[in-house]
Design a protein around this ligand. Structure first.
Ligand code: SF4
Length: 443
């Protein structure tokens, strides 16, 4: 990875935005017009929510073996299926096994690997730092508000798979819907904590809040005098741009909150979540044109994933495409150590190398920072800011001096990516503990 040949990355490829009638290749949607496909209600009504629907819409386009692998995936994954026709039709159904979009939303049984022994369901310790339901308060000036646990698509790598999207065959969850009484408790807590200036409204996904809820949450937060910045987090622009383009009531509510923020001299922005350049089409660009024309700033947070975006040409193309359509590439995250995701994870070393290769390919303000969100609640740290990295055994040790000054944190590379002798060392619990203790002692 160190000798990247940047000359292989086409200079202007990022300006090509797919605009063909790609959904008509799906047998069940062959007759669906562009007008129908553009409608957010059509997208919602035809979203895939059961594995049998995959077979129903694809017919003979999916092999018996691959469909059985998908069924097996449903027995293992911690996430339910929900996928918009837009993303479903962007999947390369001629080679679904290797398609980065299929990998993100429709897991197959044969891809799963054993979870890392140090994985955690709540890897980021969000529940521990939660003073009232639906709120995580870790940093003095910033909080994470989770007003609901549903999304327009379910990503098989979700970091909050412990609550998002309802119970599955393998996981019982305490998911929750919109609950104004809980939200009011959050607003009351925030009003009493004057150090808080920044609120991330995530979930779940803000796309699933109706217009009244978008406004209710936005207005209540912006009216708290010390809150200066709110960010609605949604993957929607990436997987359901039709909503931005045709759900006028939802857009009106968002614009009202934005204008209110400006009137107060505050910020309202959107944080979105594109991980692959294949997710970006003319529809994404048109949705961004609408948001941009309203003066709404959008930033992107991607997750580094094996077979999705862990090659420099994919990451550079993603970065440039985002910048071209006025989305600021903000973060690329190392994958969290959550259940059912070992096949997606890369080593920290790969993250460092990718960051080096991407930096300099476009303007600095449009270059994402590669970060590791430390397991155990240390917050986001730059991928090269560890205190110690035992690359042979895949153990990195970190500090978060401001967030938790007395604590050290550890992050672990996926075991299957280590050399065979290191893989053997991880098999034995006592050796494993000794390796981790030894790495921590170096700090
Ligand atoms: S959109 Fe976000 S919260 Fe929802 S499933 Fe995907 S990663 Fe999880």
């Amino acid at each position: 990875m160190t000798n990247i040949d940047h000359s292989k990355i086409p200079d202007l490829e990022h300006r090509n935005f797919r605009n063909d009638d790609f959904w008509q290749k799906i047998p069940a949607w062959a007759g669906v017009t562009r007008g129908e496909f553009s409608d957010h209600l059509w997208q919602l009504k035809n979203s895939i929510r059961k594995i049998d629907q995959v077979k129903k819409v694809l017919g003979d386009k999916i092999s018996k073996e691959f469909f059985e692998d998908l069924q097996k995936g449903q027995q293992i994954t911690p996430m339910n299926i929900r996928i918009t026709p837009y993303v479903f039709a962007l999947i390369n159904w001629d080679d679904p096994e290797n398609c980065p979009l299929r990998k993100q939303f429709l897991p197959i049984g044969s891809q799963f690997l054993e979870d890392h022994p140090m994985h955690m369901a709540d890897s980021l310790s969000e529940d521990v730092d939660s003073p009232v339901p639906m709120l995580t308060h870790r940093y003095p000036d910033k909080v994470l508000f989770l007003p609901l646990t549903i999304c327009p698509v379910y990503c098989s790598y979700c970091t909050r798979s412990r609550v998002i999207g309802g119970s599955t065959e393998s996981v019982e969850k305490e998911s929750y819907g919109a609950n104004q009484k809980h939200w009011d408790n959050v607003f009351a807590y925030l009003a009493q904590h004057p150090k808080v200036e920044d609120v991330v409204i995530s979930g779940g996904d803000a796309f699933m809040l109706n217009p009244k809820q978008i406004q209710y949450i936005g207005e209540n937060l912006l009216k708290i005098p010390h809150i200066r910045r709110i960010r609605y987090a949604t993957k929607g622009i990436a997987i359901f741009p039709q909503k931005i383009l045709t759900d006028d009531k939802w857009m009106e509510a968002l614009v009202k909150v934005h204008k209110l923020a400006i009137g107060f001299g505050k910020q309202m922005v959107i944080h979105t979540h594109f991980s692959s350049p294949l997710e970006i089409t003319k529809w994404s660009q048109m949705a961004m044109d609408r948001l941009f024309s309203e003066g709404i700033l959008v930033r992107n947070q991607a997750v580094l994933q094996e077979g999705v975006n862990n090659h420099v040409d994919e990451m550079v193309l993603l970065t440039r495409k985002l910048g071209y359509m006025n989305i600021q590439p903000y973060y690329v995250y190392m994958h969290d150590m959550v259940p059912g995701c070992e096949h997606f994870r890369t080593t920290l070393g790969e993250g460092e190398e990718l960051e080096k290769a991407v930096r300099g390919t476009t303007a600095g303000f449009n270059t994402p920072t590669f970060v590791c969100d430390l397991p155990g609640g240390g917050g986001k740290r730059h991928v090269a800011s560890y205190e110690y990295y035992d690359q042979e055994n895949g153990i990195s040790v970190w500090r978060a001096p401001y967030v938790k000054p007395d604590k050290v944190f550890t992050y672990f590379d996926p075991i299957h990516k280590l050399a065979p002798d290191a893989q053997d060392r991880w098999k034995d619990a006592a050796t494993r503990k000794a390796m981790i203790d030894e790495a921590i002692k170096k700090v």
